[in-house]
Structures are given as structure tokens and as C-alpha cells.
Write a protein that binds this ligand. Structure first.
Ligand SMILES: NC(=O)c1ccc[n+]([C@@H]2O[C@H](COP(=O)([O-])OP(=O)(O)OC[C@H]3O[C@@H](n4cnc5c(N)ncnc54)[C@H](OP(=O)(O)O)[C@@H]3O)[C@@H](O)[C@H]2O)c1
Length: 238
């Protein structure tokens, strides 16, 4: 049976992905801060669930805890880093900006680092990062969020380059969702909102096909294309 670890499995996309992976025979390591929610997921899935409390805003402790979870599961084929936070921050207060950077930048990199270390030691596997379409352009309503997502996507790309240089068959998948119906879907102009179930199914297909990059849902590629080509003066008026 393959083993996967999902960091951010207590809610939303990560929780649904745990269910999808388990339905395809994966044992799943479930990590996040809210242990009681993780335990509920572990009870619901048909395969083995390994619960671990990890707060990725504390990188040193989080790295140690992830190593412990890997050791408990003995071997891990697939890592998904779904944990993330973000705030609409019109007053540009430092608290939310700093928390976003701690979780989405330092926390993400710390988890990816431990995952890469394990995948390299076994010589194969896959790492998936849940970034966002927000990575594609700076956003004045949530500057830290959009910048942190650009970091995630580029860190994933950097690891893919690293594994290619090492000639290791380790896949890295950068997932960029649009709106998904979870507590993280913020803003008052939401559209094309996908259910977490649909998002998780599309992410699973991307994992199965070992894709380098995917927009979720697929039609968000149209928005991505627009976001990339629109000049600043148009974006500033939107
Ligand atoms: N929903 C959307 O519209 C959307 C769009 C684009 C991208 N995304 C991205 O998708 C990912 C998953 O978000 P979601 O939509 O599924 O939202 P969600 O339901 O709120 O899930 C967020 C997950 O992140 C975990 N998390 C937050 N802070 C953490 C910390 N310090 N340490 C460990 N885990 C932490 C939460 O677990 P605990 O609170 O239990 O720790 C939870 O499991 C995020 O990276 C988000 O940026 C979401």
C-alpha cells in the first residue's frame, strides 16, 4: 500500500484529498494543528490514518514532528503541503502579513525541505504544493498572501530543478487553485467556486499523471492567462 502525508489535512482541500487518496488505497499521515479534526478524518477513511499535530509556523518543531511522522509510517511516497493562511488586509497591518509569511513561506519551505530529504533518501516519490492563482500577480488587498504563494510556486519549481539535476525520478506538482469553497476562500467577488470534493479529485488526477503544474479547476487557466497579460493600469482599475 502506498503512503502519503498531507500537511493541512484538518480542513478543506487537504481533508478532501485525504479522503480521495484513502479511497485509492493510500495510508495517510494527517498533520495540522487541530488534532480532533484530524482524528475525525482518520476515523472516516478506509485505510490507516496517522495523526500528528504540526504547527508549521514553528519551523524547527514542525520539521522534527514531520520526521517523526515519516518514521512512524516507515516510508512515504507522496507529500502534499496544503497548509496555508491568508488575510484581506486593507490597512496593511503587520500582524496578518507576518503570520502569512510565517505559515506560507517559512512553514511551507520547512515542510518541503523535510519532504525533499526523505524523497531523496528513497530515490523516488512525489511532492505536491497547494499554491494559488494569487501567485501570478501582486494583490493590493492581500500583499503577503499573493507574494507568499509566488514563493511556494517558485520553491516547488526550484525543487523540481534540483531533482532533475540529481537525476532522481521525484515529481513535483505545483497546484494553483482559483476559488474553492472552504474557510480560505476570501473576498467579496468570488466566482467559479469549486467544491472541495471537485478540487481534490482534480488534484488527485494531477498527482496520478505526475503533472508539474495544474490550475484547479481547469477553467481557471483562462483567468491565469488574463492575469498574466493584463497591463498594470487595467488591473489597478479593477
Ligand atoms: N479555498 C480557496 O479558495 C483557495 C484558493 C487558492 C489556494 N488555496 C490554498 O489551499 C490551501 C488549503 O486551504 P483550504 O482552502 O483547504 O482552506 P482551509 O479549509 O482553511 O484549510 C487550511 C489548512 O491549513 C492548515 N493550517 C493553517 N495554519 C497552519 C499552521 N500554522 N500549521 C499547520 N497547518 C496549518 C489548517 O489546519 P489547522 O488550522 O488545523 O492547523 C487547515 O488544515 C491553502 O494553502 C490555501 O492558500 C485555497
Amino acid at each position: 500500500m502506498p503512503n502519503a502525508i498531507i500537511i493541512g489535512a484538518s480542513s478543506g482541500i487537504g481533508r478532501e484529498l485525504a479522503r480521495v487518496l484513502a479511497s485509492h488505497g493510500y495510508n495517510v499521515g494527517l498533520a495540522a494543528r487541530r488534532v480532533e479534526l484530524l482524528q475525525q478524518v482518520a476515523r472516516d477513511i478506509p485505510t490507516a490514518g496517522f495523526v500528528k499535530m504540526i504547527d508549521i509556523s514553528q519551523p524547527a518543531e514542525a520539521m522534527q514532528s514531520l520526521r517523526e511522522l515519516i518514521a512512524e509510517m516507515k516510508d512515504v511516497d507522496l507529500f502534499v503541503i496544503s497548509s496555508g493562511t491568508g488575510f484581506i488586509n486593507p490597512k496593511l497591518e503587520w500582524g496578518p502579513e507576518s503570520e502569512t509569511i510565517a505559515v506560507n513561506v517559512s512553514g511551507f519551505a520547512a515542510m518541503a525541505n523535510v519532504a525533499a530529504e526523505h524523497l531523496q533518501s528513497r530515490g523516488s516519490g512525489q511532492l505536491v504544493g497547494i499554491s494559488s492563482i494569487a501567485a501570478l500577480r501582486g494583490n493590493g488587498h492581500a500583499p503577503a498572501y499573493s507574494a507568499s504563494k509566488a514563493f511556494m510556486s517558485n520553491y516547488a519549481r526550484g525543487l523540481r530543478h534540483r531533482f532533475a539535476k540529481l537525476r532522481l525520478p521525484i515529481g513535483v506538482t505545483d497546484v494553483q487553485p482559483g476559488f474553492v469553497d472552504t474557510p480560505m476562500a476570501k473576498g467579496d467577488r468570488k466566482f467559479w467556486m469549486a467544491s472541495p470534493e471537485k478540487a481534490a479529485e482534480q488534484i488527485y488526477q494531477a498527482i496520478r499523471k505526475r503533472k508539474k503544474h495544474v490550475y484547479v479547476t481547469r477553467r481557471w487557466r483562462i483567468v491565469a492567462w488574463l492575469v498574466k497579460i493584463l497591463p498594470d493600469w487595467v488591473v489597478h482599475r479593477l
